[in-house]
Design a binder for this molecule. Structure first.
Ligand code: SAM
Length: 313
């Protein structure tokens, strides 16, 4: 992949990944989630903009408009989507068939990285742009290592928040926060987040498949903002979709109506880790993290991923 090789030195490839994360809908709490969806249906439309780009269009609960979280849920093999989401997802898959595989690889990476962070002794997790519940969830991966791990799921989509509250934030130490990930100080200072997360202690901040909805400069500002607020010993887990073929990327971005999507360059993605020490292989293919991937990769679409550590200041 020429673009990735261009950023060599800090961008590496690996081989080997945990088994594919299986998307299942948890039975318990489904009724509560449905009640939450009904409440969300009355939510006022909101459009979040930064640097002139639409990051997320949170349209309350309009089933006729493709929704970022639900399109992703469809690709992941979940059940939380409607005809408009499926139509958009399938149109995009026609254009680029490996998209569902990329989404599964992304989830597998996030779960593996959360477990890795827990094994470093990090017991607090902030999952930014958490999305609709998937199994295993971040708190399950973390608690498999550290049973007392605490997790804040952050999103702006009222339907996502309703599902997360009903299905994931059902016990002590797991919460759902309605906050815009582009405002690190507001997120980490949120009263409800502070009930479970102490940013003065090491925390694992996760930006899974969300920064490609933010333009490169704003994305750099977002990660720098979190890094400046994270205690030494913390880590940043990050993944972005990336296509080698800019023409294909342009076509996919045009056909994806749920949000504005940016084909960040490998160098840009490496830059999101500025000020951090990259763990293991550095920025690499999500599907092979934390091992080096083969030198030759004939796939055009990649999920580039990495884990950065905050060193002592
Ligand atoms: C593609 S899903 C990713 C889900 C999950 N992070 C993963 O990688 O499996 C993106 C999620 O980010 C949320 N999102 C988009 N913009 C956001 C913002 N500005 N603040 C918080 N959440 C946002 C969407 O609502 C959606 O649930």
């Amino acid at each position: 992949m020429p673009g990735l090789r261009a950023a060599e030195g800090r961008v590496h490839r690996l081989a080997g990944v945990l088994g594919e994360a299986q998307q299942v809908r948890m039975a318990a709490g489904v009724a509560a989630a449905q009640a939450g969806m009904a409440a969300a249906a009355t939510a006022r439309p909101a459009v979040l903009r930064q640097s002139g780009a639409v990051l997320a269009m949170t349209t309350g609960f309009d089933t006729t408009v493709p929704n970022m979280a639900r399109v992703y849920n469809y690709w992941l093999g979940g059940k939380d989507h409607f005809a408009a989401d499926r139509a958009e997802a399938m149109r995009l898959v026609e254009r680029y068939p490996p998209l569902p595989a990329m989404v599964r690889e992304n989830r597998a990476f996030l779960i593996q990285a959360a477990g890795w962070a827990a094994r470093q002794g990090i017991g607090q997790f902030v999952d930014l742009g958490a999305g609709l519940p998937a199994s295993p969830a971040v708190h399950q991966a973390a608690r498999a290592v550290l049973p007392a791990a605490r997790v804040a799921y952050v999103d702006t989509d009222p339907v996502v928040l309703a599902h997360v509250r009903a299905l994931l934030a059902t016990g002590d130490g797991v919460t759902a926060i309605d906050a815009d990930l582009r405002d690190p100080a507001a997120v980490l200072g949120h009263e409800d987040l502070r009930a479970v997360i102490d940013p003065a202690r090491p925390v694992c901040v996760i930006l899974g498949a969300v920064l490609h909805f933010v333009d490169p400069d704003a994305a750099c500002a977002v990660t720098a903002g979190y890094v400046s607020l994270m205690a030494p010993g913390s880590c940043l887990v990050l993944s972005c979709a990336r296509f080698d073929d800019e023409e294909l990327a342009k076509q996919l971005a045009e056909e994806y109506t749920a949000a504005t999507w940016y084909n960040h360059s490998p160098a840009d993605i490496v830059g999101f880790f500025d000020g951090l020490e990259l763990a293991g292989p550095g920025v690499t293919e999500a599907r092979t993290w934390p091992k080096r991937s083969p030198e030759v990769d004939d796939r055009n679409g990649h999920v580039l991923a990495g884990v950065g550590r905050v060193l002592g200041r």
